[in-house]
Design a binder for this molecule. Structure first.
Ligand SMILES: C=C(O[C@@H]1C=C(C(=O)O)C=C[C@H]1O)C(=O)O
Length: 294
């Protein structure tokens, strides 16, 4: 979708995670409301991570891990994230073998994730003291478990799999992280290329404000998003009300503290070279960055 009112030299490309977890930020966002040329690109998180990294898109919701490994090139859009304090219901490890065996066995990892595959490594190796082998796999539970002791799925793939009559024990990684650390976990952040932010500050700010307005509208009434989820994915409205109630889309001090700890552990385990800074998009009115902070 391209907006015709081109005041910037080229359209700003914004990446939207296709999973339901980010709908509360994107649902009411309409490029037609933005007085700058822009395009919206919907994709799975790992694809958005790659496209932002390569410069195919300018700004996007991406895996917080992907932000961490490229933080030198990006600004964080303040007060936007996909976070949970405990259970998240869509970052799930399905165990075919007992946990004691899986921690030194073989684990299949969905190719759609970056944050959660590294969170799983932190949990398996730092918390549980294991050393499994990992293999990347398309997100299809039964195929993943043909040759593995456990399988990690995220997003709508995890939700759909959790509804099947699978009979496996399931670990919710948001819950495991919270039990071991007492912290929030932030799975996704909104990032913008520093270069784009410097070249087109008004357009970037305008898109950012559109995202904040969309989030505020969603939080005032989750009804339309719950209805969209039941129609497009399935399940009943009670399920989705509980699902969205477990998620937070703010990125205040408590979420940042949890993410910094995740980055520290990732660095300790050699999953990340440096502990990244969380540098926010500059030049915003103070009220924007402080609204809804918690
Ligand atoms: C809560 C979720 O957050 C996400 C997890 C991600 C990851 O593991 O890299 C990336 C974006 C989000 O989709 C989820 O996928 O269910």
């Amino acid at each position: 979708m391209t907006n015709n009112n081109e005041r910037n030299a080229r359209p700003i490309k914004l990446g939207r995670i296709s999973y339901a977890n980010s709908w509360p930020v994107f649902h009411h966002f309409d490029p037609a409301d933005i007085p700058y040329a822009m395009e919206l690109h919907s994709d799975l998180p790992a694809t958005l991570n790659r496209k932002l990294r390569s410069g195919d898109i300018d700004m996007a919701a991406i895996s917080s891990y992907a932000y961490g490994v490229s933080s030198d090139s990006y600004y964080v859009l303040p007060n936007l994230s996909v976070s949970a304090f405990g259970k998240v219901q869509s970052i799930l490890l399905f165990l075919k073998s007992p946990l004691e065996q899986a921690i030194n066995g073989k684990i299949a990892l969905t190719t759609t994730s970056a944050t959660s595959v590294n969170l799983l490594k932190i949990i398996m190796e730092k918390f549980y003291g294991g050393k499994p082998t990992y293999e990347d796999a398309e997100p299809a539970l039964e195929q993943m478990l043909e040759n593995a002791d456990a399988a990690l799925l995220i997003g709508d793939h995890a939700i759909r799999a959790s509804w099947t009559n699978h009979g496996y024990r399931v670990l919710d990684l948001g819950e495991v992280w919270n039990v071991w650390t007492g912290h929030w976990m932030t799975f996704a952040l909104w990032a913008v290329h520093k270069d784009t932010a410097h070249r087109y500050p008004e357009a970037v700010h305008s898109i950012y404000e559109g995202l904040l307005r969309s989030k505020a509208k969603s939080y005032s009434d989750m009804g339309p998003i719950v209805a969209k989820a039941t129609n497009q994915i399935g399940g009943d409205s009670g399920y989705w009300e509980r699902y969205f109630a477990c998620l937070r889309h703010d990125f205040g001090p408590v979420q940042q503290a949890g993410l910094r700890l995740y980055f520290r552990y990732a660095k300790e385990l050699g999953l990340m070279e440096n502990e990244p800074s969380l540098l926010e998009l500059p030049g915003l009115p103070v009220t924007d960055t402080l609204t809804n902070r918690r």
